[in-house]
Design a protein. Structure first.
Ligand code: FMN
Ligand code: SF4
Length: 407
């Protein structure tokens, strides 16, 4: 029987999230105290050794990312709380249930890169989360627990692309939220051209426990290549639409049937989309794939943000993918041609196929377009947008075939 393991959500529903005293009583801010006696280099090595990898989608080693930040007078720590991915609400839960864990994690990072200014970029649709965070920051400042580290919260305006780290930086600077060319990466030239660490909420929220219990402890949990836990949000045709935290070697089947309680009304499962809108569609035959980043990638899927969207046997896959294509057409920022035109054409062709008016030639055109986009688009939005189309063409080709027969 698979079991939850709570590192990031260890205080959830156990402490009053509005009380810094509750957090401190439960051991909060002791990790920050501990790192103050550590040289930044040793702290970075400890985080590297834990093999904590980014929980915002790209899965990059956090300590390694911090080690790229060059020495210099000004550097920034930025937390990505944009969370615009449909079906994803884990970062909101983490912050609502235990905001000080995030603040402590960010302060640990600030010590590692030896700088004192941080920003939290929060999704525009979460004004109540901004309020909650500002209260927690004010409490932490008045108690002096953050030392000289200062954090400001900045709000987005509802654009999905602003979760991409360089578009996010542009947005904080007050510009239109469009991704930048990389390199240079933010670690070298980020906010106002200065070295900037951008990490996801969940990545930062892992840090206090890693420091308190040690990198060795953390690296032994879950899948060896992507250790620790993952916070997942379940939605769709599932009995329990819940937020859970599980070791990374948990399988998709365990997530759906043991934590999610299976499919309602005695129906069968058709597909699971993991990782958000751009995530791959996993067929029922591949449910034993573990959820960790590498196992997912090796099977042709994505862990992404950890959104788990379950579809039962009655769902029309081509119709769902058509709606996803519309989402990407709407959210493309338009800066680069392959995505601006590609997402538009994808939606156009998907609509035609979905309406039973498509041809084999349309399917071939769509496939080629998707393959070009994955290589030619400037940022992850355009590169990942074809994922649902390509994986459904691979695993659910009969659904496309059925629509073509109508034409
Ligand atoms: C279109 C798009 C949207 C993204 N949205 C988010 C987001 O909402 N939250 C997030 O942490 N990362 C998001 N990312 C990934 C970030 O660019 C970046 O990799 C991440 O914040 C780094 O943090 P991590 O290393 O801790 O995962 C997005 C990427 C793309 C391409
Ligand atoms: S890939 Fe899409 S979202 Fe990204 S820069 Fe190009 S147009 Fe904008």
């Amino acid at each position: 029987m698979a079991e939850e393991m709570r590192i990031v959500l260890r205080n959830a529903d156990k402490i009053d999230p509005k009380s810094i005293d509750d957090y401190i009583t439960s051991g909060g801010y002791s990790a920050l105290e501990k790192v103050r006696d550590m040289a930044p280099k040793d702290l970075i090595n400890e985080v590297k050794k834990s093999n904590l990898r980014g929980r915002g989608g790209a899965g990059f080693n956090a300590g390694m990312k911090w080690s790229f930040v060059p020495p210099g007078e000004v550097k920034y720590v930025v937390c990505n709380l944009d969370e615009g991915e449909p079906g994803t609400y884990k970062d909101r839960i983490i912050v609502q249930k235990d905001p000080h864990t995030l603040l402590e994690g960010m302060a640990i990072c600030a010590h590692a890169i030896d700088y004192r200014q941080g920003y939290i970029y929060c999704r525009g649709e979460y004004p109540y989360v901004v309020e909650h965070l500002n209260e927690a920051i004010a409490q932490a400042k008045s108690r002096g627990v953050l030392g000289e580290f200062d954090i400001e919260v900045r709000m987005g305006a509802g654009a999905y692309v602003c979760g991409e780290e360089t578009a996010l930086i542009e947005s904080i600077e007050g510009h239109r939220g469009e991704p930048r060319f990389k390199p240079p990466f933010p670690g070298v030239a980020g906010l106002w051209g200065k070295p900037t660490v951008v990490n996801n909420v969940e990545t930062f929220a892992n840090l206090p426990e890693i420091i308190n219990k040690g990198a060795e402890w953390y690296s032994q949990i879950g899948a060896p290549g992507y250790p620790g836990t993952k916070v997942l949000t379940l939605s769709g045709d599932i009995v329990n639409s819940v937020c859970i935290e599980v070791p990374t070697n948990t399988t998709v089947r365990e997530v759906v049937y043991e934590f999610g309680g299976g499919i309602p009304n005695g129906k069968k499962l058709k597909a699971v989309q993991i990782g958000g809108t751009s995530g791959a569609f996993i067929p029922a035959s591949m449910l034993d794939t573990p959820i960790d980043f590498d196992s997912m990638r090796n099977a042709g899927f994505t862990l992404g943000t950890g959104a788990v969207f379950v579809m039962d046997e009655t769902r029309d896959i081509v119709d769902i993918v058509t709606r996803i294509s519309k989402f990407f057409e709407h959210e493309s920022c338009g800066k680069c041609n392959p995505c601006r035109e590609g997402t538009f054409r994808n939606y156009e062709i998907m609509k035609k196929i979905n309406a039973g008016q498509g041809s084999l030639e349309d399917v071939a055109k769509l496939k080629t377009l998707c393959q070009v986009m994955t290589r030619a688009c400037l940022c992850g939005l355009g590169q990942a947008a074809p994922g649902p189309i390509l994986t459904t063409m691979q695993h659910f080709d009969y659904e496309y075939g059925r629509k073509l027969l109508l034409s």
